[in-house]
Design a binder for this molecule. Structure first.
Ligand code: NAD
Length: 485
């Protein structure tokens, strides 16, 4: 085992769990055994919640301008440890080093946003009647939890950590059991940045720990990012216990390509979107709908896809089971009559025979009913459908139960606007393959890609991580009693 067993992080210390159960942590790059992650038990969670609750008393009373000083230092430390964090992130997740660097850079941007929160959370005050003032303030919720997926070991935790904590909450993070290592380094950096003990805690585990979090009476709010199946379970379980919950789910994102699109730019964007992070992004392009004759663009897409090489500019998928699942989808589409233009099955990388690689795969002549058209594959695969009109393409896009992202490639502004208005997705791109809104804009999909109100990042996160205090104040007795006294 390359690293020692992963530990929980409770009250500012790395501690062993009370459990004797653990799971192996295996690098998808080469199959190396990296570590073991504990399957923590209820008493571990109870300890973390107690530590967070204790810390909350002082942390929530610390003025926000003081609280964000920790995040100015944390941002500096992320920059200082960028290389170390990026290497760890690649090792446990399988993405390329440059993708991990981009991930850590995004963590820095997220932290930068959190440092601006004092400018954004000012309340309001108005003299609503003679001598009577109404005032609003954003107040921290208490102990909150963040449950995260495997595909961004550092970025998704940082969607929630800086904002929730800068806004005065204390947090329990439950990392993905597949990638538990990066979070340990994040905890160290937060401590070094001066975050008081107990404000940030990590409890490792799998579905049982997620259920324990949803059920825990000491936790006020739960944010979740992962698959739609689990997002639904978590949303239902957390809200049944009357907790605030925001649960982001999976996706099947459609790219609509029109014949007037700039072929080379479109091809580069399509391929980057479907193959970046080995297609394991909730913003990845999973389906493309060509409207009219776009053969010349598909040729270029294949040309671009062939430049994407496993082990070079394409990372691994998370594990062998995932590789098998993805390849099964491709074979099924082929059997059903689709044409595999670029075939990523059976990919191997010399010297990394135990890695889990799938090459870029372009499937043409897919029909809207095929599972490669409707289901989230979560691999470097794009399924191309063809229609004669934009409205037919929109009908296919609108029929998806998901609604994270959609993009259109065209040079026609009016047509782009038409599609923006009609696509059923929370994040829309025009000539952009991965339309992630950057801070201060918020991140969040629609339909079955998100359950709950508001978005997880940016300004929208303020609403989720705080409650509003409304106070009505009157000191001037001489104004007498009026209807609102
Ligand atoms: P997952 O749903 O399997 O796991 C996410 C978290 O839930 C993990 O911490 C895991 O331990 C826990 N979990 C797994 N099964 C559970 C169960 N039955 N009950 C309770 N908890 C359970 O997701 P994943 O495979 O880690 O991540 C990939 C998925 O996440 C994809 O569907 C992807 O689209 C989605 N994702 C969505 C977004 C978004 O912003 N919408 C962002 C990143 C990833």
């Amino acid at each position: 085992m390359k690293y020692s067993q992963v530990q929980n992080f409770i009250n500012g210390q790395f501690v062993d769990t009370a459990s004797s159960e653990s799971l192996p942590v295996i690098s998808p790059l080469d199959g190396m055994l990296l570590s073991a992650v504990p399957l923590s038990v209820q008493s571990d969670l109870d300890d973390a919640v107690a530590a967070a609750k204790k810390a909350f008393a002082a942390w929530s009373k610390t003025p926000i301008k003081e609280r964000v000083q920790v995040f100015f230092k944390y941002k500096f430390l992320l920059e200082k440890h960028l290389d170390e964090l990026a290497k760890l992130c690649s090792e446990e997740n399988g993405k390329t080093y440059s993708e991990s660097v981009a991930e850590i850079e995004k963590c820095i941007e997220l932290t930068e946003f959190a440092t601006s929160l004092p400018q954004l959370v000012t309340g309001e005050v108005l003299e609503v009647s003679r001598g009577v003032e109404c005032r609003t303030e954003h107040v921290a919720l208490g102990v909150v939890a963040s449950i995260v997926p495997f595909n961004f070991p550092a970025m998704v935790p940082n969607w929630t950590i800086p904002n929730a904590i800068a806004l005065g909450n204390c947090m329990i993070l439950k990392p993905s059991e597949k990638v538990p290592l990066s979070c340990g380094l994040i905890a160290q950096l937060l401590k070094e940045a001066g975050l008081p003990d107990g404000v940030f805690n990590i409890v490792h585990g799998n579905d049982k720990m997620v259920n324990a979090i949803c059920d825990h009476p000491g936790i006020e709010a739960v944010s979740f990012v992962g698959s739609t199946k689990v997002a639904k379970l978590v949303y239902q379980r957390a809200t049944i216990h009357l907790k605030r919950c925001l649960a982001l789910g999976g996706a099947k994102n459609h790219l609509l390509v029109l014949p007037d699109a700039i072929a080379s730019m479109t091809a580069q964007n399509v391929v980057a979107s479907m193959s970046g992070c080995a297609g394991q992004r909730c913003m990845a392009a999973g389906a493309m709908i060509g409207v009219g004759n776009i053969d010349h663009i598909i040729d270029k897409i294949c040309e671009e896809a062939r430049k994407v090489m496993p082990g070079k500019n394409l990372g691994a998928v998370i594990n062998k089971a995932s590789k098998e699942r993805i390849e099964k989808y491709i074979t099924e589409a082929e059997t059903q009559g689709a044409k595999i233009l670029v075939d990523g099955r059976n990919a191997t990388v010399d010297g990394k025979e135990n890695g889990s690689y799938v090459g870029p795969t372009v499937i043409d002549f897919v029909t809207p009913q095929m599972s490669v058209a409707t289901e989230e594959i979560f691999g470097p695969v794009i399924s191309i459908m063809r229609t004669n009109t934009v409205d037919e393409a929109l009908t296919i896009e609108n029929a998806s139960p998901y609604g994270n992202a959609a993009s259109v490639f065209t040079q026609n502004g009016a047509m782009a606007r038409y599609i923006i208005d009609r696509a059923s997705a929370g994040m829309i791109g025009v000539n952009v393959g991965v339309p992630v809104p950057r801070e201060p804009f918020s991140f969040g999909g629609w339909n079955e890609s998100k359950f709950g109100v508001g978005d997880i990042t940016g300004k929208s996160s303020i609403q989720f991580w705080t409650k509003l205090r409304k106070s009505t104040v009157k000191w001037n007795a001489e104004a007498g009693v009026n209807w609102m006294s």
